[in-house]
Design a protein around this ligand. Sequence first.
Ligand code: NAD
Length: 368
Amino acid sequence: MTHFPNMPEPVPVIVSGCGAITKFFYASALAFLEEKRVVRVAAVCDPHEPNRAGIAARFPHAKSVARFEDVPFASDSLVVVASPPRLHATQSIFALEKGCGVLCEKPMAASLADAEAMADAANRTGRPLAVGLYRRFFRATRVIKEICTHGTLGQPVSFEVEEGGAFRWEAASDSFFRREATPGGVLYDTGVHTLDLLLWWFGEPSRLDYRDDAAGGQEANCTLELGYTPGFTGRVRLSRDWATRNTFRLNFTRGSIAWNVGQAGQLTLSLDGVTTVLRGDVLPRHDDGLTLLGHSAGEGSPQAFIHQLINLADAIRGRAALAIPAAEGLRSLRLIEACYRERRAMDQPWLSPAETAGLARLQRRTAA
Ligand SMILES: NC(=O)c1ccc[n+]([C@@H]2O[C@H](COP(=O)([O-])OP(=O)(O)OC[C@H]3O[C@@H](n4cnc5c(N)ncnc54)[C@H](O)[C@@H]3O)[C@@H](O)[C@H]2O)c1
């Protein structure tokens, strides 16, 4: 174990929700940070005993509790809210009021109103509330942000985004498909990440055209056209069952960027007709806690989860500003709710005229 003589005591961590995201990402990130004495897992919470037991086994020194209210909260703990979205607001507000800092998984909440109540609680208590929009920690997405901010490739002209494929996430519950747990489909799920990046890079759109295939339930596919006041436009296609290219293509007056969603540390840049793949040391590095901790094993989602936790631990200790505070989490939910208000039926030419009419009726009923 590495000891840093001047390091403060590890930040106690409470994990609420021991499903897939905790199993595949938080558990390893927390184990790494425990090893470095940045955090110490104090409690894991999940009403489903088998899911909880799997995580508790990785942190045998932590308390294992079924009910969130029974967690032994100490102020200045770091609470990871990784339960289904409908529970995010209650659990985050409860934890903030106990004096804890919260890292809430995306979507920030099951409605914009709930998310706003969470942001209010963070303001009222003065405790940090971070939202798990982990892609903002990718080097590639940060470089794109810099390019947009500084106009390196000129002004934006258009973008096309395709994301998704057959739903393969090994969820530990049916929470993704029950409206009582998650109010929307693909847009409310991975779409939160997609829209968050677009909002971060390009700001709020001034008009939208949103279509999906929901027939009274959750959408598996959707298309979104966005218009921006400076005069550029963008198209987004998301899917839970069609193969897509999983790429962002961003066109500017002097060049373009192609970014593959799975490549945290690589992007393809064309400037004045010359195309270059940026990766490795060519892609600028930002100074980060991971390098300081001696982490050298690649670059991707696992590392981004570690970054999120380091940032919140530092914010709890008053040593850093939050990278993704509550106000940033509100932006994608605001846009998603606007999309659902404007929802129209997606073209589905394989449906019969009677089925198309039935779909339109179901959509009107859902909107009402
Ligand atoms: N950052 C990402 O890219 C990403 C990826 C997947 C999931 N997520 C998000 O993480 C959250 C959890 O997703 P998941 O894939 O782990 O879901 P999951 O269905 O696999 O697990 C949810 C877990 O929450 C537990 N739970 C239910 N009620 C609870 C309560 N009252 N308190 C504590 N736990 C409770 C369930 O028993 C289950 O173990 C969701 O908000 C989801 O959108 C984020």
